[in-house]
Design a protein around this ligand. Structure first.
Ligand SMILES: *Cc1c(COP(=O)(O)O)cnc(C)c1O
Length: 181
């Protein structure tokens, strides 16, 4: 059997991400699809709610269905930016266990404003996943949510080898978070 904890791989991924991350704060799985499923298995599930903001990655509702997590989709603005006031209002009403944000977003390419990410992290009662599958394509000067990890222990940042590295067939996705997560 391979090393189930994939320590060598997680050490390499942590060093690629930087931000003084270590293997204990990085988890790798069979594509970031499996990471997202594991997140919903752990923090979603029957009687729990996940929220995201459409249009966004079409697979999220499938992961929610597969884990019996209630799915609530808010809307983005007409320019596909996040409507942060509407997002905060939805979070206040739904009290979601999981919030999924995508930056840059698929299919719109819109990056999150870091002030909006921070506002949502401060308001969300559960975990907040920032899906950075396209992080390597973000414009210069657009920060990664990795910068917020030390401040927010309920933040998870997911990445993948499938897009910038064109290694979708390798099925390697990963997440950086607090070691407890
Ligand atoms: C492609 C994609 C993923 C999933 O990629 P994996 O191949 O499972 O790692 C996750 N999120 C977004 C936004 C994507 O575009």
């Amino acid at each position: 059997y391979p090393d189930r904890e994939a320590v060598e791989l997680r050490t390499s991924l942590a060093s690629y991400l930087g931000h003084e991350l270590t293997a204990e704060r990085v988890w790798a799985a069979n594509g970031s699809n499996e990471v997202m499923q594991q997140v919903l298995q752990a923090f979603g599930g029957p009687g729990r709610t996940a929220v995201s903001f459409a249009p966004t990655y079409s697979m999220y509702p499938e992961y929610a269905r597969n884990t019996h997590t209630r799915w609530v989709a808010g809307r983005r603005r007409d320019d596909f930016g996040l409507d942060v006031d509407a997002a905060l209002a939805l979070i206040a009403t739904e009290r979601p266990d999981v919030v999924i944000l995508t930056s840059p977003n698929n299919p719109t390419g819109t990056a999150l404003d870091p002030a909006h990410t921070r506002a949502i992290l401060e308001a969300a009662p559960g975990v907040v996943v920032v899906d950075e599958a396209y992080a390597e394509f973000r414009r210069d000067g657009t920060p990664s949510a990795l910068e917020l990890l030390d401040e927010f222990p309920r933040l998870l940042v997911t990445r993948t080898m499938s897009k910038a590295f064109a290694l979708a067939g390798g099925r390697l996705g990963y997440v950086a978070a607090d070691a407890a997560i």
